[in-house]
Design a protein around this ligand. Sequence first.
Ligand code: PLP
Length: 348
Amino acid sequence: MPDRIDLRSDTVTLPSAAMRRAMAEAEVGDDQYGEDPSVNRLQAEVAALLGTEAALFLPSGTMANQVALRTLTRPGDDILVPTEAHLVLHETGAGAANAGVQFSIIGVNGTYDADAVHAAIKPRGHIVFPPTTLLVAENTHNRAGGIVFGADALRASLAVARDHGLRSYLDGARLLNAAIASGQPAAELAAGFDLVSMALSKGLGAPAGSMLAGSAELIGQAHRYRRMAGGAMRQAGILAAAGSYALAHNVDRLADDHANARLLADELLRGDDLELDLATVQTNIVVFALVERSGVPDAATFVERCGERGVLLNPFGPRVVRAVTHLDVSADDCRAAAKVMRAVADGR
Ligand SMILES: *Cc1c(COP(=O)(O)O)cnc(C)c1O
């Protein structure tokens, strides 16, 4: 077993030697003058991949989400979001602070259907209700265990949103995981949304960067909000080259991460101290619970003890833990990690 198996997140992936070479050799220019050929190339590649007119390179997925909110809403608007959305739970209150919006949570376990959307829309121009102006989806959904949003429910939900004049935003930090797992092209998963984001810094293995894609008009507006957020960079092609490298080399292999997550889940279920729903293990995330029984530690203790034995994880609740597979962990690493995790859960 290696000294350390890091399953805290797919953000911990390190740039490979070949990726670093692509970065070192990248042609660059001042991106704020639109003169960085590597940034321009990456933006064109992502627009083509997602079937949109334009795309914009940003330093992080959180900034992509915040810029999308600024672009698509006005302060005081009501935004429909799935349960436990990154936008609500993982951005230190940014949506309220930056865009001044309020969130209404709809559906269950990270997804929703057309009826849930319909029931939550508050009418515009009403004397008391906040206007509902945006529908958000997260695909795959992180805290729900990396699940893929069902295509039919999503399509029907988007139709309701459109019929009521709402705009729509897809937080697709792990959209390519959804595409590989479901066999649907990324452009199909992105279709119907006004803006779509995608991370380069997670399972794709780039050191930094996220993309926002949509119409030329909306991306033009997003440009301004990126600048406002302090996210307009200069010779960013060094980073963009890593993104292009990742798109060329690290997409199909996401299937390996998904197989490893499934392997890890199966191994964890060989004991009876850990609980998880295998139906949620669709991509590279395994969210599991420690059963309520004397001798079985809580999540914080479990994570600490696993860490002492070289297996790094993230606690997600009092008895809930998340493990994420990625390109720097192998099937053997997952087997070894599961062995440690089962022993710790069993008080050994
Ligand atoms: C990681 C993540 C983000 C934000 O990405 P950062 O680059 O870490 O800011 C946004 N949405 C989802 C669903 C994520 O998992």
